[in-house]
Structure formats: C-alpha cells, structure tokens
Design a protein around this ligand. Structure first.
Ligand SMILES: *[C@@H]1O[C@H](CO)[C@@H](O)[C@H](O)[C@H]1NC(C)=O
Ligand SMILES: *[C@@H]1O[C@H](CO)[C@@H](O)[C@H](O)[C@H]1NC(C)=O
Ligand SMILES: *[C@@H]1O[C@H](CO)[C@@H](O)[C@H](O)[C@H]1NC(C)=O
Length: 234
C-alpha cells in the first residue's frame, strides 16, 4: 500500500515536472512576440505584479508574496492596466482571497463601478475579461487557474512555477495550470498560457520563506530570529 501510494505521488510530481520541462519552458523565450506583445513589454507587466506587493500590501516582502496585474493588450500592444491584486488572506481572513482572486474581484468592481471609468453592466463586465491578460508572479494554484479559465482571460502569464515553489518548501496543491487548462475544453473562450516569464526576478520573492540562508527581497532584511523578512529600517 505504502509503496503504491508513493508511486502515485511521485508520478504526479514527475508529471508536473515533465510538463514544465517540455510544454512550458519554451514559452519564456525572450525572442518570442506572442499576440503582438514583445518580451520587454511582458517583463514590464511582470515587474508590476512584483511591485503590487509593496503598493497594496504595504510591504515589499509579505510572506504570501503573490501579486497579480490585469492588463488590456487588445487596446495597445503596450497594454493598459485595468487593476491589481495581492494575496489578502491575512488582511481579510478570507482563505480563498489569493492574489488572482483578489485581482479578478477588484477588476469586476472597477469595471462595474457606476461612478468609474468603465461603468459596465454585470453582463458586459463578464464579457470584458475575454480581452484581458492576467500576469501573476507565481503560477496559479488550481483554484485560481480554474477562476482564470472561468473568467475567459485572453492570456495568462506567470513567473515562478508551482514545481519551483514545492522544491523550495511551499505546500501546494500539485496540479499544474496547464493541466487545468487542458481539462477546460468545454468553456467558451480559449486562453493562451505563458510560463516562467522573468523568473530571475519573481523567484527571489518566494525563495526566502523556508530557506534562512536566502537573502530577503530588496527593501527587506532578516528579522533577529532569522526566520522571517521584514521591511528594512534605514
Ligand atoms: C480593451 O481594449 C479594447 C480595444 O481597444 C476595447 O474595445 C475594450 O473595451 C477594452 N476593455 C477594457 C476593459 O478596457
Ligand atoms: C485595485 O486596482 C487598482 C488599480 O490598479 C488599485 O489602485 C487598487 O489599490 C486595487 N485595490 C485592491 C483592493 O487591491
Ligand atoms: C532578468 O532577466 C531578464 C531577461 O530575461 C533581464 O532583462 C533582466 O535584467 C534580469 N533581471 C535581473 C535583476 O538581472
């Protein structure tokens, strides 16, 4: 029993790794211009997903360092920011308020705000997501990847992969986004997935939490106990 259980787990993990190694890695190629958007532009938005942490959570090094920005690239290749969101579990007490969910909720509020820029009806707001791209600094958990597919996003772009998070000590539900996307063929919109974009800049937000020897993100330093990172006092 034990052995077969182990086998199932390791097969699932290998599958996660295998998918990332084959299907997803080439999508981070810097020379590619997908949907008319250059890699430099993708980099700019991924950086904003990192910066959203400081702007929305008040710290550049929150433990749950998951940041999301939602962008309209159909308006221009450069893209227009619609909204941002960061993980709000500890702020709101809502365990399902991951960065992507917070951003989707924020965008919905912004799109339907009767005094806002867009003033869409609920029906129009739902349809509006088909034009939008979601950038997140780490691969979405299966709940968020599903929410991304239900929303009908045109594109989904992530930095650090779930496999990397697991490797660095994070507890995760071990289903890759590509598997959620693969199983979503009944849904009306298709969505383009781009993986491992700018991981050299997203990884540092996720590699310090379980590794006391890893440096804190910029603007932060180790607490006295060394267990955590906090905003550096200068
Ligand atoms: C996105 O851009 C397209 C093309 O300009 C526009 O039709 C659409 O209304 C925009 N969506 C939002 C939510 O701004
Ligand atoms: C929603 O997005 C806007 C625009 O990016 C941002 O200014 C605002 O702080 C966000 N609100 C929340 C609750 O994240
Ligand atoms: C990360 O890599 C990108 C190219 O993929 C590069 O443009 C950027 O300068 C690198 N960032 C750092 C901090 O080295």
């Amino acid at each position: 029993m034990r052995f077969s259980h182990l086998l199932v787990v390791s097969t699932a993990y290998l599958r996660l790794e295998g998918v990332l190694a084959t299907t997803q890695l080439p999508l981070a190629d810097e020379t590619l211009m997908i949907n008319g958007v250059t890699f430099d532009t993708r980099v700019r938005w991924m950086r904003l997903a990192n910066q959203a942490l400081g702007e929305l959570s008040g710290s550049p090094c929150p433990f749950a360092a998951f940041g999301t920005v939602i962008v309209n690239h159909t308006a221009s290749d450069e893209g227009e920011l619609i909204c941002m969101g960061v993980n709000e579990n500890s702020k709101t007490g809502n365990p399902s308020s991951h960065g992507e969910i917070a951003a989707i909720t924020n965008c919905t509020n912004i799109l339907t705000d009767p005094n806002g820029k867009f003033r869409l009806t609920a029906t129009e707001a739902q349809a509006a997501f088909a034009d939008l791209s979601l950038y997140t600094n780490a691969e979405s958990c299966p709940m968020c990847a599903s929410a991304i597919r239900w929303s009908g996003f045109r594109e989904y772009i992530y930095g650090t992969s779930i496999a990397r998070l697991i490797e660095k000590g994070w507890g995760q539900i071990r289903v890759a986004s590509v598997d959620i996307f693969e199983a979503s063929f009944d849904l009306p919109y298709s969505s383009r997935l781009m993986a491992n974009v700018l991981t050299n800049e997203t990884d540092p937000y996720f590699l310090w939490q379980y590794d006391p020897s890893y440096p804190c993100p910029r603007g932060c330093s180790r607490t006295k106990s060394g267990k955590s990172c906090e905003t550096a006092s200068d």
